[in-house]
Design a protein around this ligand. Structure first.
Ligand SMILES: Nc1ncnc2c1ncn2[C@@H]1O[C@H](COP(=O)(O)OP(=O)(O)OP(=O)(O)O)[C@@H](O)[C@H]1O
Ligand SMILES: C[C@H](N)[C@H](N)CCCCCC(=O)O
Ligand SMILES: [Mg+2]
Length: 238
């Protein structure tokens, strides 16, 4: 099934920007794309959510969002505080599977990191990925602290028997420090999975035409882009 689940080491790591880059790259390759934000928190009903942000940057994707809660919290907590029904993993899987019958690629973005709870029973994005047997892409920060969080996420995916497609750095700084440069070698090592790209810092602020034109250069061929991890490392590692 053409579903890919996009998680991260936490919130604010660049999942939405990476989702937009993957979507733009797939669109450029002539594929139809749907983006499902499993549960959107911290956004008012009249504001654009992450799925709309992907559409703004990437272009003509189908957007879907299962629920939206006002508090900027984990979905289970935000649903409880709003007195509303939560989103359950099987609902995420069912909507993604339906979108997969109509699109070449379905990207499912979680909320925060892998084990953030969607419902009171402790259901997570990892459960939805398992129901879908979908590969999971992990978005990670570039700098100091990312090795621990990325390895924890990778280990949990593996413990659950899930397919870790690889790691993408959500925001690669203009002037990478020593830790960021070393992480280009160490991230794939601790994740035991390939580094599949790095989205430059500030990419989310590019005009959409520039974003769409450049996005394939940030992602590896496995994600239909032209990024070359080895060449990138030669340039960036001390
Ligand atoms: N490569 C980038 N270029 C520009 N801005 C970025 C980039 N990566 C992250 N950001 C900014 O950092 C913030 C967090 O990014 P983003 O919204 O993608 O996080 P997220 O991991 O999707 O978080 P959430 O758990 O809320 O979905 C946003 O304000 C976004 O604009
Ligand atoms: C509001 C925020 N931007 C995300 N949508 C939700 C992040 C939940 C993180 C919960 C946690 O790990 O402590
Ligand atoms: Mg997001």
């Amino acid at each position: 099934m053409p579903v890919m689940v996009i998680t991260g080491t936490g919130t604010e790591v660049g999942k939405t920007v990476v989702t937009a880059a993957v979507a733009a790259t797939a669109l450029a390759a002539g594929r139809s794309v749907a983006v499902l934000k499993a549960a959107q928190t911290g956004v008012r009903p009249d504001e654009p959510g992450d799925a709309e942000e992907v559409a703004r940057l990437a272009g003509a994707v189908t957007t879907a969002e299962l629920a939206r809660y006002p508090d900027p919290l984990a979905p289970a907590t935000a649903a409880r505080r709003a007195g509303r029904a939560p989103v359950h993993p099987h609902e995420v899987a069912e909507r993604a599977a339906k979108l997969a019958t109509e699109h070449d690629l379905v990207l499912v973005e979680g909320a925060g990191g892998l084990l953030v709870r969607f419902d009171a029973a402790g259901g997570t994005l990892a459960d939805a990925a398992a129901l879908l047997s979908a590969p999971v892409l992990v978005v990670a920060p570039a700098g100091l602290g990312t090795l621990n969080a990325t390895e924890l996420t990778a280990r949990e995916l593996r413990r659950r028997g899930l397919d870790l497609a690889g790691v993408v750095i959500g925001s690669w700084p203009d002037g990478p420090d020593l830790a960021a440069r070393c992480n280009l070698l160490d991230l794939p090592d601790v994740a035991a999975a390939p580094l599949l790209g790095a989205v430059p810092a500030g990419a989310g602020a590019l005009d959409p035409a520039g974003f769409r034109r450049t996005a394939p250069q940030w992602l590896a061929p496995r994600l239909e882009g032209t990024w070359d991890a080895e060449a990138f490392r030669v340039r960036e590692v001390p």
